[in-house]
Design a protein around this ligand. Structure first.
Ligand code: NCD
Ligand code: ZN
Ligand code: ZN
Length: 346
C-alpha cells in the first residue's frame, strides 16, 4: 500500500456554477460541494450567468446567493459587453478579475475585438482580464496586452495555434498567463465519435498532435483550470457546449503523474500555487488528504447537479478522503460536513 497523499487545497480559476438563473444545472451549494469532493477549497466563478454579471446590481445579487450557500471558498469575476465601463470603479474590489468572451460560446456574450482597447484601458488594475480567446483572435488579444500592459489570463488554451503565441508573449516579458483544461489533455477529437454531444465544448476537442503539444509545453503553462461547465443530460443532447470537471481533474492529473507525465511539484504548481499567482491570492489554510488508489471515473455518486462526466470509464488515481479548511474538517469519505454559507468570499 502506498502512503496517503497530502496536498494543499486546490484552486480552480475557472468554473460556471450557474447561480443565480440556471440552478437546474448547478447552484452554489452543489457546485462548491463538487469542489470539495474534487479536492478544491477555492473556486472562481465566471460571469456568463443567465443574466450576465455586468452591473453592480447583478453582481450583488450573485454574491448574496453565494454567501448563503458556499461550502468552499469562492470568488467571482465581473463581465463586460463593452457598455458598462462606468461600473468598473464600483465593483473592482468585490471581484477577482474581468472576463471577456471573444468567441461564440455558452451565454451568447461574445464581443468584437474592436472593444478590447477601451475595456482594457478602463479596467487597468492588478487584477487580470481573463479571455476566452481562441486561435482566430489570440494575436489581436495579445497586442492589446502589449499596448496596455494589463495583466491578462488566457483561458482554456487548447492547441498549438493558441499556445505558441502565448509562450512567445511570455518570453518577451508580457504580463500574460494561461490555463489548460483536463478535457484538452485527456481527450482528443477522436473521442467525439464515442462521446457525441457529451464531447462538445468550446474550445472544441483537438487533434492528437495538439494534445501532444500541450503536454510537451505543460511546464510553461500556469494553471490547470477545469472550466467546470455543467449542463443537464437533456441540454447536452440538444447540443449545448461545456463539460463538468471539478470532481475529475485531480484524479486525472494524479493518474498522469503515475504515468510519468509530470512530477508532484508541477502538479501542485498547476492546481494550487499557479492559480494563487495568477489571481494574486494569499495562501489558504487548507489541506487535502488523498487515498492512493486506482479507480475508474463514473457518473454515479457525483456531487455536481448535472450528474455526468465525459471521463466515465477512464482510469483515475487518488480518492479525496478528507478536506480540512481553517482547522475544520469540511469533507470526509464522500460527505460534505461544512455548513452552507461557511465558505468565505474571496
Ligand atoms: C462554457 C459554459 O458552458 O458556460 N462552455 C464551454 O463550452 N466551455 C463557457 C466557456 O467557458 O466558454
Ligand atoms: Zn470559454
Ligand atoms: Zn468556461
Amino acid at each position: 500500500m502506498n502512503n496517503p497523499i497530502t496536498l494543499p487545497g486546490l484552486i480552480d480559476v475557472h468554473v460556471h456554477l450557474r447561480d443565480p438563473g440556471q440552478t437546474h444545472k448547478e447552484d452554489f451549494l452543489t457546485g462548491t460541494s463538487a469542489a470539495l469532493a474534487g479536492g478544491y477549497t477555492a473556486v472562481f466563478d465566471m460571469p456568463n450567468n443567465a443574466e450576465a454579471v455586468v452591473s453592480e446590481k447583478v453582481l450583488e445579487a450573485k454574491l448574496a446567493s453565494a454567501r448563503k450557500q458556499i461550502v468552499s471558498d469562492l470568488g467571482v469575476y465581473f463581465g463586460s459587453l463593452g457598455e458598462n465601463l462606468d461600473e468598473f470603479d464600483r465593483v473592482r474590489e468585490r471581484v477577482r478579475g474581468l472576463k471577456l468572451y471573444l468567441n461564440v460560446t455558452t451565454g451568447g456574450y461574445k464581443i468584437d475585438t474592436d472593444y478590447l482597447m477601451r475595456i482594457f484601458t478602463a479596467w487597468k488594475c492588478d487584477k487580470p482580464v481573463l479571455l476566452h480567446a481562441e486561435a482566430d483572435v489570440i494575436k489581436t488579444a495579445l497586442e492589446v496586452t502589449a499596448k496596455t500592459g494589463q495583466k491578462t489570463h488566457v483561458c482554456h488554451v487548447s492547441c498549438r495555434e493558441e499556445l505558441e503565441p502565448i509562450l512567445e508573449a511570455k518570453k518577451s516579458g508580457l504580463p500574460v498567463t494561461c490555463g489548460v483544461c483536463p478535457h484538452h489533455l485527456f481527450l482528443n477529437e477522436g473521442d467525439v465519435e464515442r462521446l457525441g454531444n457529451f464531447g462538445r465544448m468550446k474550445p472544441e476537442l483537438k487533434p492528437v498532435k495538439d494534445v501532444d503539444y500541450l503536454w510537451s509545453e505543460l511546464d510553461k503553462v500556469d494553471v490547470i483550470e477545469s472550466d467546470h461547465a455543467p449542463h443537464t443530460v437533456e441540454e447536452k443532447q440538444s447540443g449545448t457546449f461545456g463539460v463538468p470537471g471539478l470532481e475529475t481533474t485531480l484524479g486525472l492529473m494524479l493518474w498522469a503523474e503515475r504515468d510519468g507525465r509530470l512530477g508532484r511539484e508541477k502538479l501542485i504548481d498547476l492546481l494550487s500555487e499557479g492559480p494563487r499567482r495568477v489571481l494574486g491570492l494569499e495562501k489558504q489554510d487548507a489541506t487535502v488528504e488523498v487515498e492512493p488508489v486506482e479507480f475508474k471515473f463514473s457518473n454515479e455518486g457525483l456531487k455536481t447537479k448535472c450528474g455526468w462526466t465525459p471521463f466515465e470509464g477512464m482510469p483515475g488515481y487518488g480518492r479525496v478522503k478528507r478536506v480540512v479548511m481553517r482547522g475544520e474538517t469540511v469533507y470526509e469519505d464522500g460527505e460534505v460536513l461544512a455548513k452552507p454559507g461557511s465558505g468565505q468570499l474571496l
